[in-house]
Design a binder for this molecule. Structure first.
Ligand code: NOJ
Length: 733
């Protein structure tokens, strides 16, 4: 079989070199192998044409407050890529036409955009998506986002963000999949699959761009753009993990980050960009710098001017320069000075062209024109949005079964700045999402509870102010109601880029509103909508139940209302730990083992967080049987099956996710207390028992990485852990 394939490849290469000799232009031949097309095209390109492929300019109206740019009015038709902020396929096609018809070789432009959690049909923020523990649903959502984006003229999405984030003060915590490397890997791969489909050249596939490579989330104190102190050990153990998984899943491109990694900026880091990504992982797509990351090398203190910044980034392995125009200005000069090599330019250009060929852009450069109505917000897309919103929401507390709301409740006070909000619950980086598409909590409640329940609405207060004049109306609404739903949280720009906060607490006015409502003596359900973990030390004791609804996108209203009514049994579990106070940061479930686990505690507050990673309640109860192992001892090359029977012992059907961890109590290095290695979510009818199963592959699940990325598997004792159970087994030589 292998031999036949090699022969076939050889045959097509010979065939296409004959074509070349016969004057047929190979790079324009749809059926020619991509590598032959690249080779042919490169042989025809001038140095200027090559260098232009390595630049990304800006096109369309730009509404990103952090990345405001002078729009390029005269776009060179030979430009490699554009960030396309608008959503008009006709405009895109007119620019593409220039590239195809006015440039000498007709190389299509690659149009990129920040598609983060949906394009027009906006889904929950990524941090929330991971709380669903449903990667298949995330793939479906990403595929819809890809289709909406593609029909608007986008070929490349600047996501998934794979920054493993353990500091909620960092505003960008919302854009990734939480604190755990494995969870980031699974949801990153799910997103890549959704965007890229079976094949990049499928009509509605777009290229993924893994970002921010690497270590950006580790910025000190959660201050955006700041320095990151990361040892090689942690780099491999934590920060590189999801990138490696997504590169292996075939992600088309990677974005180099703003931060430095222990003194060497990520966008000038030869080790991470070339040695690891390109040499070790054999990544053959392209690396684009983050916006202005090259110029930032000057401020970071590693380049004296733009030219040196370009030199460092290029030689480190950044193939395309986003926005800075430094490559356009200096690469030729640097080549003439022999500071960079032609081989490296050719390598970078071939990487960019490879992605364009893979996307089928040379063969289908234009966007199909369909009406906005046909492009966006299909009913099926909204069903996925609502499902994902519901599965992402986490029931954090439910004392005395306050939820679901009982039929005896006839009047509900719906209070708080989030209750009727449609501008913020969509979440930051909302793509082309519109507040007008967003269903508010109020609307969802009206739909779900209809005439059976009276809703007494009062805003109470703003997100952040000192104006308490709305409290009176809120208290009056609460006093005549049987139950209070108080909806508090964050504005959408309180998370995202350049949106760090010194505390995870909500502004004092929102906390005060809850204290005032507490005085009525009515049961309180706290609804949270936010993009980071919130400090709940003061609020938690005031309320009977808490639902974390996150920033659910456009279809959160009904999703929440159906959780409150009991039509949907909540099944979300946290993808990030909620510290008790901001002072506990960093706190995450896979911290390394301490020398004195029972000492070293805080004197002023408990040492445990408010809610650990993985916390999430249900309206039913699940009982776990004992973990059963297929063997207590296995060889390094054998597999071990761990199983547990879970029973739904409550009154309603529900979904349970079993999170399987391992721990290695004695190893050559001190490893995390436990590491998530697998999870599975299943629906269990009332009274049903199901077996959950984890096949442990020692090489994959029990080995650790050293500081060079080598995986080492040691023999000895290990534990497999679920909930509060742990069971020992042994690996023998
Ligand atoms: C800067 C952000 O850091 C990055 O995440 C984004 O993709 C680019 N700007 C493009 O908008």
């Amino acid at each position: 079989m292998k031999q036949k394939l090699i022969l076939l490849c050889l045959f097509s290469l010979i065939q296409f070199s004959l074509f070349a000799q016969n004057g047929i232009i190979i790079y324009k031949q749809k059926d020619a192998p991509i590598e032959a097309r690249i080779k042919d095209l490169m042989s025809k390109m001038t140095l200027k044409e090559k260098i232009l492929q390595l630049n990304q300019y800006i096109g369309g109206y730009n509404n990103n407050a952090n990345n405001i740019a002078e729009l390029i009015r005269t776009i060179p038709p030979e430009i490699g890529s554009l960030i396309y902020f608008d959503a008009d396929p006709v405009w895109r096609n007119s620019i593409q036409k220039k590239a195809m018809e006015e440039s000498r070789l007709g190389i299509p432009i690659l149009f990129g955009f920040d598609v983060i959690h949906g394009y027009r049909t906006v889904y929950p923020v990524s941090l929330a998506q991971a709380c669903s523990w449903n990667p298949e649903l995330v793939t479906q959502a990403a595929a819809i986002a890809a289709k909406e984006a593609k029909l608007s003229g986008i070929d490349l999405a600047f996501s998934p963000m794979l920054d493993v984030a353990r500091d909620g003060r960092w505003g960008r915590v919302t854009e990734g999949y939480g604190e755990d490397p494995y969870t980031n890997a699974v949801f990153g791969v799910a997103t890549v699959k959704g965007y890229q489909g079976k094949d990049l050249s499928d009509p509605y596939s777009i290229a993924a761009c893994l970002k921010h490579y690497v270590g950006y989330s580790r910025s000190e104190g959660g201050r955006d753009y700041h320095s990151s102190e990361i040892s090689r050990q942690s780099l491999w153990e934590t920060y590189l993990v999801p990138f490696e998984a997504c590169v292996k899943a075939g992600a088309a491109s990677v974005m180099s980050a703003f931060n430095d990694i222990s003194g060497v900026p990520a966008s000038a880091n030869h080790y991470t960009l070339t040695q690891v990504l390109k040499d070790q992982w054999k990544f053959d797509g392209f690396v684009v710098s983050d916006w202005g990351a090259l110029t930032k090398l000057i401020a970071q203190g590693v380049a004296k001017d733009k030219k040196e910044a370009g030199l460092k980034a290029f030689n480190a392995g950044v193939d395309m320069d986003m926005y800075d125009n430094i490559y356009f200005e200096y690469l030729e000069e640097l080549l003439n000075e022999k500071k960079i090599s032609m081989v490296k330019i050719d390598d970078a250009v071939s990487r960019v062209l490879r992605v364009k060929f893979r996307l089928g852009l040379f063969d289908n450069p234009y966007t199909e024109i369909v009406s906005e109505h046909d492009r966006y917000l299909h009913p099926e897309s909204k069903i996925i949005a609502q499902k994902l919103a519901a599965e992402s929401m986490v029931l954090l507390k439910n004392n005395s079964k306050t939820l679901p709301i009982k039929s005896s409740v006839k009047q509900i006070a719906l209070i708080g700045p989030i209750a009727k909000d449609t501008a913020n619950i969509i979440g930051g980086w909302e793509g082309h999402g519109k507040s007008a598409d967003v269903e508010s909590i109020y609307e969802g409640m009206v739909k779900e509870f209809g005439k059976n329940v009276v809703l007494n609405y009062a805003k109470g207060c703003d997100f952040d102010s000192t104006d308490e004049s709305g409290f009176r109306e809120a208290v009056l609404a609460a006093a005549k109601s049987d139950l209070i739903l108080v909806c508090v949280g964050e504005k959408l720009r309180w998370t995202g880029e350049n949106a760090s906060r010194s505390t995870l607490a909500l502004p004092a006015i929102q906390e005060k509103l809850v204290f005032e409502l507490k005085k009525t003596g009515k049961p309180i359900v706290l609804i949270l909508s936010n993009g980071r973990p919130i400090e709940l030390i003061r609020l938690e004791p005031q309320v009977d139940a808490i639902v974390e609804m996150w920033q659910p996108g456009i279809c959160g209203g009904t999703a929440l209302a159906q959780i409150l009514s009991g039509k949907i049994n909540p099944s979300g579990k946290l993808s990030i730990t909620f510290p008790l106070t901001t002072g506990q940061i960093p706190i995450y479930y896979d911290m390394r083992q301490s020398g004195e686990p029972n000492s070293g505690k805080y004197q002023d507050i408990p040492t445990d967080p408010q809610y650990w990673f993985g916390h999430g309640l249900s309206y039913t109860t699940f009982e776990y049987g004992a973990i059963k192992l297929s063997s207590e001892k296995i060889k390094k090359t054998e597999k071990l099956i761990a199983q547990v029977e879970v029973s739904n012992t409550g009154d309603v059907a529900g979904r349970e996710t079993v999170l399987w961890y391992i721990s290695d109590p004695a190893c050559s290095i001190s490893r995390p207390m436990k590491e998530l290695k697998y999870f599975e979510k299943k629906e269990l009818a009332r009274g049903e028992k199901l077996v959950f199963r984890f096949e442990i592959d020692p090489e994959r699940d029990l080995s650790y990485t050293d500081e060079n990325g080598n995986r080492i598997l040691e023999s000895g004792d290990f534990y497999v852990i679920i909930n509060n159970q742990k069971t020992k087994f042994e690996i023998i030589e």
